[in-house]
Design a binder for this molecule. Structure first.
Ligand SMILES: [Zn+2]
Length: 213
């Protein structure tokens, strides 16, 4: 197997362990143990750890040891606040320039997400579509980098949403379809507000979940 492919394989295996909590926050990340577990040599494992360190999922404890990063409340607040601002702005910009075919595409994505109430890849695809078509390439780049930092929280967010919607049948956040409707109507104020409220709900339920409230 080519080096690059082995690197990717090691990267995605270790990343999954971190995201699923198999490697918990604060737990040490030992190159040798991981290599053994994955049946690989240490080289791809080392490259994967370095990449995950750049993404912030793993941190440097001392020059020779690494651990899975802890998630702090501060992280949640900072990441979601930034996300709220970027997604709100993207929805506002897109409302001014959206085309018929983009509306169709967005509606298709929205229906898929809203019906399945799945907050996995489809949900990310929906939001990525808005940021990538809003006409500001830098905004799209920033949003993508925020998503990488958010990926670690996703697992917890899904748990939080499940818990919240089970505990509270009235739990409602602006649906994806409502956001598309505002964009399609060219109503930039409403599009921005709905997109912001949508992210804010996700943040609030995650905070309540983390704080156990
Ligand atoms: Zn969403």
């Amino acid at each position: 197997m080519a080096t690059r492919r082995l690197d990717r394989k090691a990267y995605s295996a270790i990343r999954t362990m971190v995201l699923s909590g198999e490697l918990g926050a604060g737990q040490s990340v030992a190159e040798r143990k991981l290599a053994q577990k994955l049946g690989m040599s240490r080289t791809p494992v080392r490259a994967a750890i370095a990449e995950l360190e750049r993404e912030g999922l793993i941190r440097n404890v001392s020059p020779r040891s690494r651990a899975v990063s802890e998630i702090s409340l501060q992280d949640v607040v900072e990441i979601y606040d930034l996300r709220e601002m970027l997604h709100g702005m993207a929805a506002r910009l897109l409302a001014r320039r959206v085309t018929e075919s983009q509306i169709k595409e967005l509606m298709k994505l929205a229906e898929k997400v809203d019906v399945l109430i799945s907050f996995g890849p489809d949900e990310s695809e929906f939001h990525r579509y808005i940021t990538s078509k809003c006409g500001n390439a830098r905004l799209a780049q920033f949003a993508a980098s925020v998503e990488v930092q958010l990926s670690r929280l996703r697992f917890h967010e899904m748990q939080a949403r499940k818990t919240m919607s089970m505990d509270n049948p009235k739990f409602h956040e602006p649906t994806h379809k409502e956001i598309v409707e505002a964009i399609a109507n060219g109503d930039s104020d409403r599009a921005e507000e709905l997109a912001r409220a949508h992210t804010r709900e996700a943040k609030d339920s995650l905070l309540r979940y983390i704080l156990g409230g």
